[in-house]
Design a binder for this molecule. Structure first.
Ligand code: SF4
Length: 306
């Protein structure tokens, strides 16, 4: 099962999972550990496969983010992309991913697209899927027309930070995974960090997300909050919200992060070795949360049968 050690690290999604349901958190970050190995014990392998499931909205969001990354790579290379053929290509790829998920290929290849709706046989009309791909197209069309994107293209691609996959850095001894979707330096010598949104977000969630970006700027890039502009670009509307940050607000984000790390570690049998025991992680009381939980079939099979 590999010699990788399950080391504790922090991320926004980990924090979200922890807040929503402790038992789900256990399954995701401890129970599924090692399940990438096809020869892992069956229960661990199943949890690992379930862990990969994405809701259709999460999947659509990832498709948009990946497409945007591709666009910026083209822009950085001095290439223009024909908008409609590009979008048609993205949608075509989505269809392929949808078919792969529908055929449950993810059971053998857990890294391929695995949709919650397929695993749990959620009965959705074709129109729902069509609306999803239409939304992706709308988000991408809006992206291409965004004044913010035009402004980015006027800056030097040399200093763009394109990949939206998180990078890790140490925060007070804890590895923290985070990175903005996109970063660039504007002409005034300010660092701009962008979060592309494809769905709704709560004001608190968005503020914490952007605050984490400010932390990333300070800790990883050494840029103080006063020199950072944070943008939340909602591609569905489209609407771009700009925020500035301050040292005080950054201190509050650090405190929030510290508290989150402390709460998670308090649940461990052995915090130093990152060892957890399932019985210490209570199940959610509100069954509505379970309805859309990846681990429902293992945790509350009675709900799946109903
Ligand atoms: S099924 Fe419910 S209780 Fe169980 S892990 Fe999921 S959200 Fe938590």
């Amino acid at each position: 099962m590999g010699d990788l050690a399950n080391e504790f690290s922090w991320s926004r999604s980990r924090d979200n999972t922890f807040q929503e349901c402790r038992r789900r958190y256990f399954y995701h970050y401890y129970g599924a550990w090692g399940g990438w190995d096809a020869g892992a014990p069956e229960d661990i392998r199943s949890l690992y496969i379930l862990k990969q499931l994405a809701s259709r909205q999460q999947w659509a969001g990832r498709v948009v983010h990946d497409a945007i990354e591709m666009v910026f790579h083209a822009f950085a290379g001095g290439r223009d992309l024909p908008v409609e053929p590009f979008i048609a290509d993205v949608i075509e790829r989505m269809r392929g991913e949808w078919r792969s998920s529908k055929a449950a290929r993810y059971r053998d290849n857990p890294k391929t697209v695995a949709l919650f709706e397929h695993e749990y046989a959620v009965d959705l009309k074709p129109e729902v899927w069509q609306a999803l791909s239409r939304n992706v197209a709308v988000c991408l069309r809006h992206f291409f027309r965004l004044p913010l994107v035009a402004a980015i293209r006027k800056t030097s691609p040399e200093h763009w930070s394109i990949e939206h996959w998180s990078k890790v850095f140490l925060f007070e001894g804890t590895p923290v995974w985070m990175a903005p979707d996109f970063g660039f330096w504007n002409d005034d010598g300010r660092l701009a960090l962008v979060d592309w949104k494809t769905g709704r977000s709560t004001p608190d969630g968005a503020a914490f997300q952007l605050g984490c970006y400010a932390l990333y700027a300070a800790e990883v890039l050494g840029v103080p909050p006063a020199k950072v502009d944070l943008f939340e670009a909602n591609l569905r509307e489209p609407e771009v919200t700009q925020l500035t940050w301050s040292d005080e607000r950054l201190a509050a984000i650090k405190e929030q992060l510290r508290l989150s790390v402390r709460s998670m570690k308090a649940y461990l049998v052995d915090p130093a070795a990152n060892v957890a025991a399932i019985d210490d992680f209570e199940k959610a009381e509100d069954l509505r949360i379970c309805k859309w939980c990846n681990f429902r079939t293992v945790c509350r099979p009675e709900l799946t049968q109903v």
